[in-house]
Design a protein around this ligand. Sequence first.
Ligand code: NAD
Length: 348
Amino acid sequence: MAKVGFGIIGCGNIGPVHAAAIAAVSQAKLVAVSDIVEATAQKLGGQYGAEVHTDYRKMLERKDIQAVCLCVPSGLRVEIAEACAAAGKNILSEKPLEVSTKRIDRIIAATDKAGVRLGCIFQSRFAEGSLLVKKAIEQGRFGKLVLGDAYIKWYRSPEYYASGAWRGTKKLDGGGALMNQGIHQIDLLQWFMGPVAAVTAKTTRALHAGLEVEDLATAMLEFKSGAFGVIEGSTAVWPGHPARVEVHGTEGSVYTEDGAIKFWQFKKRLASDAKIEAGLSRESELGTGAGDPLSGLKTEGHRRQIMDFAQAIQKGRAPLIDGREGRNAVALIEAIYKSAATGKTVKL
Ligand SMILES: NC(=O)c1ccc[n+]([C@@H]2O[C@H](COP(=O)([O-])OP(=O)(O)OC[C@H]3O[C@@H](n4cnc5c(N)ncnc54)[C@H](O)[C@@H]3O)[C@@H](O)[C@H]2O)c1
C-alpha cells in the first residue's frame, strides 16, 4: 500500500518530534515542512530531506501530501486548519486542538464539510499503562467506579515562559498549567471515567506572577456516572513530579505515572496480572515532561499515534482520537476556568 505523505506546519519544539515519529512509521513519509522562520524550516527539512516552505499554503498545493501535522502555537490553528481542510488534507493537530471550544467547533465544521479526518495528539493514550487501565475498565474489573484523579505537579522555569512570546498568554496558549500541560491527563481522566457533569475549581499564579494564565489549579469533579474526582495541576512545583492518573472502584484500584502502571490491584485477580505486577517499577516508555517540556519526551507516543493516523487514511477509517475527543478536554478546562472565575460550580 502506498505510504501516506505528511507535511508539518510549525517546526519549533514539537515539529521535530513529529518528523522523527513519521520517519519511524513504515506507512508514512515526510514530504515537506513549513515554518514562517526560514532557518527553522530549513533545519528540519534538511535533516529529513523534506521540501521546505515558509508559506504553508504553497505546501498545501502538493498532491503527494495527504496528512498535515499542525505544530504551530495552540491559538494559531483554526485558520490554518480551515485552509488544510479546504485543500483536502487530513489534519493531525497537536494538543490542545485550539484554545477554545468555539474555535475548535470551526475546525470540526471545516473538516466535516471537506470530508477529511481530524485527529488530536494525546500520545499518553497510547502508553501501555493507559491501554491496560482502559481495558480493565471495559472488562468491569473496577466494580463501580468511585474516584478518578489527575495530578500534574510540574515545573516550568521563567525561561520556559520567556522562550516564546505566545507562551502563557490567554490568546495563544489559551490557559496555563491545565490548558497547556495538564491537558494530557485531563483527557485520560475523561477517557477512563467518562464525561464530567460538574466542576468546582480554583486557579491562581503561585510562582509566575507575570503570566496571564494559571500556574496552579485545583478542581473538584463530579462525573456523569456519579463518581467523584480531583484535578491538581501546576507549573510551579519544583522539581516537578511524574504526572499521575488514579482510577479507584469498589473492586479495584490502579494508578499510572506518565503512562506506566505504578499500582495495580483487583479483588478478583487474573493470571495475567502477574506480568503487570512484575513490571510495576518500570519507567514510562513515553518519558516525562515534569521539569522540562522536551528533555524527557520520547517520540514513541507520537510514533504510535501517527501510525494510527496513517493507517486510518490507508484503511478509510476514523483515527482513534478524533476532533470531538480532542474537544472534550478543552470543554472541561473551560468549565474549570469559568468556575474559578465565578466561584460557582459549573455544569457541563
Ligand atoms: N504533545 C506534546 O507532548 C507537546 C509537547 C510540546 C508542545 N506541544 C504543542 O505543540 C504546539 C507548539 O508548541 P512548541 O513548543 O513546538 O512551540 P514553538 O514556539 O517552539 O514552535 C512553534 C513553531 O510554529 C511556527 N509558526 C508560527 N506560525 C506559523 C505559521 N503560520 N506557519 C508555519 N509555522 C508557524 C513558529 O515559527 C515556531 O517555529 C503547542 O500547541 C503545544 O501545546 C505538544
